[in-house]
Design a protein around this ligand. Structure first.
Ligand code: ATP
Length: 251
């Protein structure tokens, strides 16, 4: 097998994990796995990291199953469990408490779509928090990567009117749970390469709305910008950690 992590990528991931103090001895880490390539690679990466790290922590992969019927796992959940099994991790499948009210015809108005996406993701978030508590986990690892952080920044800028993004580490519930995003320093293209080298296959999303989101539009605009201004991607990411408050308009 080709070595999944080049030295440079390994160093970048290590730097992000270290700078943001992501993992500590004795951590119980809930790994949130949608079955997309990012969270599958995240699962492999944490397992790989554990085999090398001088600290010990446990991994608890969890999939929130939006297709379960009568508590039985749906097809996607079974496939996600199969992909995790390939890399030697068991999968804890949690039936989603929220089922999509989507009609057969998915040509929805922008507002209806936004509302469904909001309800679905806030339910998922809540169930991940509840499961972390039930499993005694103090960390919750998510598969967001560098492109997600940049896109979120532009979505917030253009649709919410604020300057913010997702942080690589974020404490919740007075520090009882810490969100970590170990892939925050690497781009999607790298994640795909790691996934191919590791031999995991992404499980397609069953959501008919998944490719119709605002994120898709922002991603397309950013792609054009990166083509037009070489180096802009790296500059934008660097800018997220280089805020000049004195040259902004907040008082
Ligand atoms: N059904 C789910 N069950 C568990 N965790 C999830 C689920 N859906 C999303 N997540 C977590 O939230 C993160 C971001 O979700 P998002 O929907 O943006 O990603 P995705 O495109 O579905 O998949 P991925 O990020 O794994 O490629 C995922 O990386 C994963 O950690």
């Amino acid at each position: 097998m080709k070595r999944p992590l080049s030295r440079a990528i390994n160093r970048r991931i290590g730097r992000t994990m270290h700078q943001w103090d992501m993992l500590a001895h004795g951590d119980r880490v809930l790994v949130a796995v949608s079955g997309g390539i990012d969270s599958l690679v995240l699962s492999w990466l944490l397992l790989h990291w554990r085999s090398k790290a001088p600290i010990d922590f446990t991994l608890h992969p969890v999939h929130i199953d939006t297709e379960s019927v009568d508590g039985q796992p749906g097809k996607a959940a079974r496939d996600v469990a199969g992909e995790l099994e390939k890399i030697g991790l068991p999968c804890h499948v949690v039936p989603s408490a929220w089922q999509s009210p989507l009609p057969e015809d998915t040509t929805l108005l922008e507002n209806q779509r936004k509302d469904i996406c909001f309800q679905c993701s806030s339910n998922r978030r809540r169930q991940l928090f509840d499961t972390a508590r039930d499993l005694g986990c103090n960390k919750l690892a998510l598969g967001h990567h560098q492109d997600d952080l940049i896109e979120t920044f532009f979505i917030n800028l253009t649709s919410a009117g604020n300057i913010s993004t997702m942080k690589p580490r974020q404490e919740l519930f007075e520090g009882r749970l810490t969100l970590i995003r170990p892939l925050a320093g690497i781009e999607k293209a790298e994640i795909r390469k790691i996934g191919a080298a590791v031999g995991v296959t992404p499980v397609p999303s069953s959501c008919p709305l998944s490719e119709q989101t605002r994120r898709r539009d922002v991603r397309d605009v950013l792609e054009s910008l990166y083509q037009l201004i070489p180096g802009s991607r790296e500059h934008i990411f660097a800018a997220l950690a280089n805020v000049r408050h004195e040259y902004l308009l907040d008082r």
